[in-house]
Design a protein around this ligand. Structure first.
Ligand code: CA
Length: 520
C-alpha cells in the first residue's frame, strides 16, 4: 500500500485530507506556490542516537535545548523507526524508500565496498532535484563509492553526486573506521599523489593508533589525514552546513545533514567535554545539540524558518558499547525504557527519536503515535513537492504528510519490516504486535547486545535468565503486544498463534516478492 497525491488511486483519498489538515486554500493547493509547494528541507540524520538520548524523549543526564525547541515548535513521534538497526542499511532505506533486504544488505559496509545504491534509482535527492532544489549531503555517507570498490586515490565515483546531490562533503564511511579523511565531491581532501592512501598497510604515523582495525588499517596520505581531526568533526561540518544554507538562500534547498554524532568513538570538541552528567557519550550529545542550534539560528537569521521543514531523527538505536555502558551506569537510559540496543530486533534497536517542524503546517508542541519509518521520507517529500514517484521508485515508502499536518483516524502503515543485522531475526510490526522470527535480538552478543544486554540493563524478559542467557525451552520465535507490554517483557507467541501466523505470512510475502533479491 502506498499513498502519493498524484498517483491516481490515492489522489481522491488524500487530497481532501491534506486540504482539511493544512487549511490551505484549494486554489493554492492546485496551483502550488513557492511558499507551500517547495519548502526548504533540512534533514538532520544523527548516528546511533537512541530513543532516550534527548531531553524531549525523557533524558535527564544530558541537556538538549535546541532539539527540545524543535519538539516544542513541531511534532514529536513516539513510534518512529529506522527500517534497519544498523548504519548502512538504515541510510539505504532513508535515501531510496526501499527495504535494504531487497538488495540483501543487512549490516554496515566499510572502505572496500562500492556504492550500494543503483544510480538509476530515485533517491530523496534526485526526486527533489527534479523540482530544481539545490541539494547537499554533509557528513557521514557510509553507502560506498565506485562501481565495485572505491578508488581512494582517484575519482570516488559513482557516489552521492550520481544520486542527485549537487555537493558532498564529509566522512566517507564512519568515524570508527578507516580511511579517516574528508571527502569533497569525488575526491579525498588534501590528497597528495606522491603520498597515496593505501588500505591494508601498516600506518606510518601514530595519528589514529587506537582506531586501526585489522584489515581496515591504512597507510600513507599524511596530509589528508592531518586535515581530519576527530574533535573537529562537529565544528567543521556545522560550519559547512551554515555556509551552504547561506549560499543557497533564495532557492529551494534540501540539506541532508548526516552527523557522525553520536557514533563511537565519542570525540566531542574540548569545549563540550565534561559538560554532561554521563561521560563522553553525553558530551557528544551536547555537541550534537549545539550543531542543531547553529542550523536553527541560521534559519532564523535568514528568515527561512517559516518556509523550512526540519526533520530530526536517527539512523538506529543507542549502542551499548563501552561509552554507552558508562552512560548507563551514570543513570542515563540510551533507549529510554525500551528493550535492546543498536543492531538488534527489539525496540531499542530501531525505534528512534523523530521530530518534524514546519511552522504553520505542522501543529506546534504536539505528539503523534503513528507507526512511521525512515523509508517514508521519499514519498513524503515527493508529496510535499507535488510530484509522482513513478511506478518503481520507493516501493516501501508511504506518504506521511497526513500524519505530519493532521490526525489520520487510521494507521498509515499496515505493517513495517524491521531488520537487525542477523537475517534469521528479522521482525515485522503490524498494529501493536511485533513478531521476531528467532530467539534473541539478532544483534551484538555479550553485554553489548542480545540477552547479555538484558541482564546488564536489569530488564526482565520471559525468554531470558537473570544472568543473560536464553532459557531452555524458550519458544523458537517471539511475539510481543506493545500496547500491553511496551518493554517487551513477555513473549506471547504461544498464547497468540493466529497473530504469529498472520505476521509470518506477511513476512513471507516480502521474501517472495519479485522485487526482493534472492537471499543466500
Ligand atoms: Ca548508526
Amino acid at each position: 500500500m502506498k499513498f502519493s497525491p498524484l498517483r491516481p488511486p490515492a489522489a481522491s483519498l488524500l487530497l481532501p485530507l491534506l486540504l482539511t489538515a493544512t487549511g490551505l486554500a484549494a486554489a493554492e493547493m492546485r496551483a502550488g506556490t513557492a511558499t507551500t509547494d517547495r519548502p526548504n528541507i533540512v534533514l538532520i540524520y544523527t548516528d546511533d542516537l537512541g530513543y532516550g538520548d534527548v531531553g524531549c524523549y525523557g533524558a535527564t543526564k544530558v541537556k538538549t535545548p535546541h532539539i527540545d525547541r524543535l519538539a516544542r515548535e513541531g511534532r514529536r513521534f513516539t513510534d518512529a523507526h529506522s527500517a534497519s538497526a544498523a548504519c548502512t542499511p538504515s541510510r539505504y532505506a532513508l535515501l531510496t524508500g526501499e527495504y535494504p533486504f531487497r538488495i540483501n544488505n543487512w549490516g554496515p559496509i566499510f572502505g572496500r565496498i562500492g556504492l550500494i545504491i543503483d544510480p538509476a534509482k530515485t533517491t530523496l535527492a534526485s526526486s527533489l532535484k527534479r523540482k530544481d532544489y539545490a541539494t547537499a549531503v554533509l557528513g557521514k555517507w557510509h553507502l560506498g563509492f565506485g562501481t565495485k570498490t572505491p578508488d581512494w586515490n582517484g575519482e570516488l565515483k559513482p557516489g552521492p553526486l550520481e544520486l542527485g546531490f549537487d555537493y558532498y562533503f564529509g566522512i566517507p564511511t564512519v568515524n570508527s573506521h578507516a580511511p579517516y579523511v574528508w571527502v569533497e565531491n569525488h575526491r579525498v581532501l588534501g590528497l597528495d599523489p606522491a603520498d597515496p592512501l593505501v588500505f591494508g598497510g601498516v600506518p606510518p604515523t601514530k595519528l589514529f593508533p587506537e582506531k586501526i582495525i585489522e584489515a581496515q588499517a591504512m597507510s600513507g596520505a599524511k596530509a589528508a589525514h592531518d586535515l581530519y581531526q576527530d574533535e573537529q568533526l562537529g565544528t567543521v561540518l556545522t560550519r559547512k552546513a551554515v555556509a551552504w544554507i547561506r549560499e543557497k538562500r533564495g532557492t529551494p534547498f534540501f540539506l541532508y545533514f548526516a552527523t557522525p554524532q553520536i557514533h563511537h568513538p565519542f570525540t566531542p570538541h574540548p569545549r563540550f567535554q565534561g559538560t554532561s552528567e554521563c561521560g563522553r557519550y553525553g558530551d557528544f550529545i551536547h555537541e550534537l545539540d549545539w550543531m542543531v542550534g547553529e542550523i536553527l539560528a541560521t534559519l532564523d537569521e535568514l528568515k527561512l524558518t517559516d518556509n523550512t521543514l526540519v526533520i530530526f531523527t536517527s539512523d538506529n538505536g543507542g549502542m551499548l558499547n563501552e561509552g554507552g555502558q558508562e552512560a548507563w551506569r551514570a543513570g542515563h537510559r540510551l533507549n529510554g525504557e525500551l528493550l535492546g540496543y543498536k543492531f538488534g530486533a527489539w525496540e531499542g534497536g530501531h525505534r528512534v527519536p523523530f521530530i518534524a517542524r514546519w511552522p504553520g503546517k505542522i501543529p506546534a508542541d504536539t505528539t503523534s503515535d503513528q507507526l512511521i519509518a525512515n523509508l517514508d521520507l521519499l514519498a513524503t517529500f515527493a508529496a510535499i513537492t507535488g510530484q509522482p514517484l513513478g511506478a518503481t521508485a520507493g516501493p516501501d515508502s508511504i506518504n506521511l504528510l497526513p500524519a505530519l499536518t493532521g490526525r489520520p483516524a487510521k494507521p498509515l502503515r499496515e505493517h513495517l519490516v524491521l531488520q537487525p543485522i542477523a537475517q534469521k531475526n528479522v521482525a515485522i510490526r503490524s498494529g501493536h504486535w511485533v513478531y521476531i522470527s528467532a530467539q534473541g535480538d539478532g544483534g551484538f552478543g555479550g553485554v553489548r547486545g542480545g540477552p547479555g544486554s538484558v541482564a546488564f540493563s536489569q530488564r526482565a524478559n520471559s525468554d531470558i535468565t537473570a544472568d543473560g542467557k536464553i532459557k531452555p525451552g524458550a519458544p523458537p520465535d517471539q511475539l510481543y503486544n506493545l500496547a500491553a507490554d511496551p518493554m517487551q517483557s513477555k513473549n506471547v507467541v504461544r498464547e497468540h498463534p493466529e497473530v504469529a501466523a498472520r505476521l509470518i505470512a506477511l513476512l513471507q510475502q516480502h521474501r517472495t516478492d519479485p522485487r526482493t533479491a534472492p537471499m543466500p
